[in-house]
Unconditional design. Structure first.
Length: 160
């Protein structure tokens, strides 16, 4: 079975992330969305909150998608799960250098894990969790950039 791990912070999930999942399911039979539990990053939302928002936003009621969390090295998590493909999204040129670096480091750490990229959709090319949070904090309309549950959550976090 062709399975890929889609790792990230998802703080919070955006329509850009969801488009990668949807398009990823064209290439893979199953996708494991793996939420990074990073002790030194200070996320806006807890891992439990991020997972709940992802689960409430999945296309097709979440068929063929699993949501999980990991800490430590991604390649160790992939080995533990018996998965050999990492799925990442590519947006603006700025993503490229970072993603190239990560893919090569991961390949160096575990040669049997390969990273596959899916290009961002035009509509979400500039959408990032950070941009969405900043816009929500300042009272901007982010309804076209995130699933409805995320919009509601960010209104709670940033009441105006
Ligand atoms: P990280 O904190 O590891 O950068 P993110 O949660 O920001 O993780 O993103 C996870 C993956 O999803 C990354 O490969 C990122 O490039 C991709 N991604 C994020 N936003 C978009 C988007 N709007 N369109 C396509 N890919 C995206």
């Amino acid at each position: 079975m062709a399975v890929a791990i889609y790792p990230g912070s998802f703080d919070p999930i955006t329509n850009g992330h969801l488009s990668i999942v949807r398009n990823g399911l064209v290439a893979f039979e199953r996708i494991i969305i793996a939420v990074l539990n990073h002790p030194t990053k200070s996320p806006l939302l807890s891992v439990a909150e991020r997972i709940a928002l992802i689960e409430a936003s999945l296309p097709n009621g979440g068929a063929n998608i699993e949501v999980d969390t990991f800490d430590g090295l991604l390649v160790d998590y992939a080995r533990k799960r018996g998965v050999r493909v990492v799925l990442r999204g590519l947006r603006a040129v700025a993503d490229f250098e970072y993603e190239l670096q990560m893919a090569n480091v991961n390949r160096h750490l575990n040669e049997s894990v390969e990273t596959v990229f899916i290009m961002a959709q035009d509509a979400y090319f500039y959408v990032s969790s950070n941009v969405v949070k900043e816009a929500a904090r300042l009272g901007g309309d982010i309804s076209k950039l995130v699933p409805p549950v995320v919009g509601v959550k960010l209104k709670e976090v940033y009441p105006r």
